[in-house]
Design a protein around this ligand. Sequence first.
Ligand SMILES: Cc1cc2nc3c(=O)[nH]c(=O)nc-3n(C[C@H](O)[C@H](O)[C@H](O)COP(=O)(O)O)c2cc1C
Length: 716
Amino acid sequence: MQAVRSRRTCRAFQRRPVTQETVEELLSLASRAPSGGNTQPWHVYVVAGMQLEALTDAAFVHLRGMGKQNSIELEYNVYPRKADMPPDLHKVYMSRRIQLAESMWRLRGITREDAAGRYRMLLDNYRFWGAPVGMIITVDRCCDRNAWGHAGLLLQSIALLAVERGLATAMLEAWGNLGSCVYDALNISMDREVVWCGVALGYPDHSGDLSGIPTDRLDVHDFCRFQGFVSRQNFKVVIMQKKKGRHAAHFGVRVVDFVLDARYGEEEAVQDAIAAGVQVNARSHGGSTALFMASANGNVGIVRKLLDARASTDLANDAGNCPLHWASLNGHVEVVKMLIAARANANLKNDFQKRPFDEALSRSHSEICETLAAVTSFEDDIPADAEAAEAMDLIDSAAMHAVVPAKATAQPCCSTAKHAADVQEGSQEVTSEKGSMAQSQAVAACQHEPGATGYMGCVGADGFGERLARECEAAGVTTRLLVDREAATGTCAVTILDGERSLTTRLGAANMYKLDHAKQPENFTLLRSAKIIYSAGFFITVSPESIDLASRVAEMSGAIYCLNLSATFVVQVPAYRAMLEKTLPYCDFLFGNETEARAYAEAAGWDSSDIGFIATRLSLVPMAGKKPHRKIVITQGAEPIVVAERGHVTLYPVPQLPSERIVDTNGAGDAFVGGFLAALLRGRKLADCCQAGSCAAVTVIQHSGCTFPREPSCTP
Ligand SMILES: Cc1cc2nc3c(=O)[nH]c(=O)nc-3n(C[C@H](O)[C@H](O)[C@H](O)COP(=O)(O)O)c2cc1C
């Protein structure tokens, strides 16, 4: 069932090859598909590598020929011709096709008028959308149309088995338009077989623009007519008859009736059934219990009776949903509270990997989210130990390379990279200044509107921690700091040589931030009421579950969610990149610099170091739910800022500062984000946001550490 639900036509594949053994195993299982009289009227031609390319080339040559003749030689109509269709049906079909096509064009930045762009996209069908394996399915020509249906069952089996193996498919009836060229290229007897469909098979590239476009389906009642079933109205009669019998004898309460009574709010009937000794945890169709049905439908009185009768709160139905899932999805606050009071497990995931909290979020039931946040654990998203260890190695070696002997400063920090040097508070060789990465963004964002910015992080119970809180408050930043009594506030040694800085950090308490802090009611409320939520990418290494929460709360509340790549290791370590990619659909703005962007492209196996290309591609990763399209903002030092939106790139210039005025480049990128967000909060256009960001960056690099002049030097 999982495979049926998650299968999507994939039109973006990784280059990773698929072995012949894998395809063979898949096809031999798929051949278990039923066919009338077990005739198995299908044939499958599988191509990879040079053979695939040769087939594509043949298709292109054929298409060019068609273009010259201005005619298309078709064996059959892939879609019925307008003339052959009832007008109402033609309208319906066209609207569905156009809806799909427009989603695809939008993702590729193609307009309806752009005939060349649309043609280029059509050609991708014949490249098998970049998949490493292509298949051509034919049917024995002597068969009638029912045999095409049998081959369809084979196709669906291929698609579902592929999902189970982490692979993806695209069915390509576009190949049906090119039958004659396919017979030649693959040496198929045209007299005996007819080409029906192509199939692209490979590992999906989830960061690709067309890896899985959401598509609608009709409601079951819109395409299906049920006959001969007992309707709910008739059922009432059945209940009455049943009740009479039930009073006469204390047995014979049918489970199906009990569960349906719970569903339709028949409180008295449920009470009777319990009194008659019904098994309260018995399951009906789809594995649903009475408590599940009553919870899903918000029948508070029945839920109370069932809980009093010790009904189990955590029995899942066939889709893995428990009573709490559906009460949360349907917004039944009181039922959710009753289930939690009865110790229902809020961490159970259904077959779609969703917890009750996720279901409530998906429908924006904020009160339920708040109730569930307190009892939900988000910790299973933390990278595995082995990957975390790999991360530590990478980071430590990076930090070692960064040390340059020069003047040093020490700063408290709340979220940064990892440590390599020991800096003591009050040490003779160091000077001490306030500042951390995310904190400097908060300060920069707050410059023009004191009190508008809040900052969450973790400090130790020491002087640095107190100082950081004090300095933030003085700058008008509201702090919500978790104080860890075991760890020291993070510190960072900054070495500066010719205005260029190197950081050597000891994260200490900054590494100790916990999701529970974000879930505390006053902090959760702050998150929920924010217009913009910003997470430093470093935070992925500290509390990925908090990023998960923040990004999804933003989706629910309609806030703008922003993430920073922050460092190359964040995109290089597989577990961190996986978290980044998981969060990307929720990101309205993704910030980074050119080095981080290139590291991402390299880690993702993209064959380009062109910042415009990388930003474009990241901008096209589909958004979650109904979020508007994402903007990618890549800074390049003194070079123009690259902003990509829906696949289009715009360059914004940055002011040039004479090198003698640069004191310390520390915090430039972070200040940029702060200034940018301050302007964004005021509803400014992207160009103005970039200008405000550049101004904050140019200001901060004229001072030592993450410090700003008292009076803002530029207006967002
Ligand atoms: C037999 C068959 C042929 C198809 N041919 C094409 C095709 O040539 N090009 C394409 O982009 N999509 C093709 N599709 C994909 C459909 O557009 C897609 O299945 C439909 O929009 C539903 O989306 P979903 O598969 O992601 O659920 C085909 C699907 C089927 C079942």
